[in-house]
Ligand binder design. Structure first.
Ligand code: NAD
Length: 344
């Protein structure tokens, strides 16, 4: 059993913990919280041992004052684990990396950190083999993961694709009242945006530029894409759709026939199929909007920002631990375990 520590039990951390708990080859050895707040109750309910993100006695003692059993600080947790999944807020990675190196433990960071932190970025379908037995990696952001899911199979079929895309980004997560805009459309004025560049950290052969705007929704991101395929690509609209239907973690569905015209209905679909927190790990592509004209492929896809990276973290654990060298095999084990998981 791979012993997994989760450092930071927030939006991503609580989901990664449950996804680890669902697997037969790994277990949650502990999760950290900064202090005794509401989120601790979920960890207690799930019976995940609770640790403090700090080693300071004063902070650790605060937990018992609020009636929580805290087993110690982060250093103690790292001593017990084989690997740590860092789910702290973005830009804390540098500080935490020192702790992981000090403990000599394998580590996975999230997309809020820069590629340079580990020098290795990861997406299951793009570069699983490159991460085998590595000491550390960064699972790329929700947007980069979403782009990779549909672009990598296109690249694998006809090398030499060139992509222009616009990321229509959710303003905030549903549980986040701090961010906006709430009544504006906010263009990201750094052009091109970092999203496209980030895809090249996992698949450098894909040429891609992106623009981004934030809009007042909490539900999902939508990507609007134009992909230039190489001459003699040999693909048709139908064969592209077939390619994506055969690709793990991609859903291609006719939005008009199924009455799923917007991200609101996509999220309703994920609630209907009984996903925890209403999550959708798959990328959703509107089938009728996939259109190949000459060598230009047009499509829209929707990304559930809080959850598409969750199963990727599980595959990344297997890659770093060197226990599964085949990405498709790992993906099917991960997804099957998550689909039958019935944790409280
Ligand atoms: P979050 O704010 O919901 O959760 C972060 C948790 O880490 C909180 O519980 C916080 O108390 C805790 N924390 C604070 N300081 C810490 C420290 N020093 N060490 C460990 N934990 C600490 O954030 P999130 O949305 O879960 O994001 C986590 C990471 O995942 C970020 O890098 C983010 O960019 C990335 N990510 C987020 C999303 C998303 O939609 N929320 C999607 C993909 C990737």
């Amino acid at each position: 059993m791979i012993k997994v520590a989760i450092n930071g039990y927030g939006t991503i951390g609580k989901r990664v913990a449950d996804a680890v708990d669902a697997q037969d080859d790994m277990e949650v050895i502990g999760v950290t919280k900064t202090g005794p707040n509401f989120g601790c109750q979920l960890a207690v309910k799930k019976q995940y041992p609770l640790y403090c993100t700090s080693d300071e006695e004063e902070k650790i003692n605060l937990f018992s004052e609020q009636g929580y059993i805290c087993h110690g600080g982060i250093t103690k947790l790292l001593e017990l684990a084989d690997i740590v999944v860092d789910c702290s807020p973005g830009k804390m990675g540098k500080m935490n990396l020192e702790k992981y190196k000090g403990a000599g433990i394998k580590h996975i960071f999230q997309g809020g950190e820069k590629h340079e932190l580990t020098g290795l970025s990861y997406t299951s379908c793009a570069n699983h083999k490159a991460a085998l037995n590595a000491n550390g990696a960064r699972v790329v952001s929700c947007n980069t993961t979403g782009l990779s899911r549909t672009l990598v199979p296109l690249h694998d079929n006809c090398e030499g694709i060139s992509v222009e895309c616009t990321m229509i980004r959710r303003a905030a997560d549903p549980g986040d009242s701090q961010r906006g805009p709430i009544n504006a459309i906010k263009p990201v004025l750094k052009v091109p945006s970092h999203h496209g560049i980030d895809v090249m950290t996992v698949k450098p052969e894909i040429k891609i530029n992106s623009l981004a705007v934030a809009v007042p929704t909490t539900l999902m991101h939508v990507h609007s894409l134009v992909v230039e395929l190489p001459p003699n690509h040999g693909l048709t609209t139908e064969s592209v759709i077939k390619l994506w239907k055969e690709q793990p973690r991609v859903i291609v569905m006719n939005g008009t026939e199924n009455r799923i015209p917007t991200t609101a209905e996509v999220m309703e679909l994920s609630r209907d199929i009984g996903r925890k927190w209403g999550d959708l790990h798959e990328i959703f592509v509107w089938e009728e909007a996939v259109s190949l004209k000459g060598n230009k492929l047009y499509y829209f896809q929707a990304v559930h920002q809080e959850s598409d990276v969750i199963p990727e973290n599980i595959d990344c654990i297997r890659a770093l631990m060197g226990t599964n060298s085949d990405w498709k095999n790992s993906v099917s084990i991960t997804d099957e375990a998550i689909s039958r998981y019935n944790g409280i």
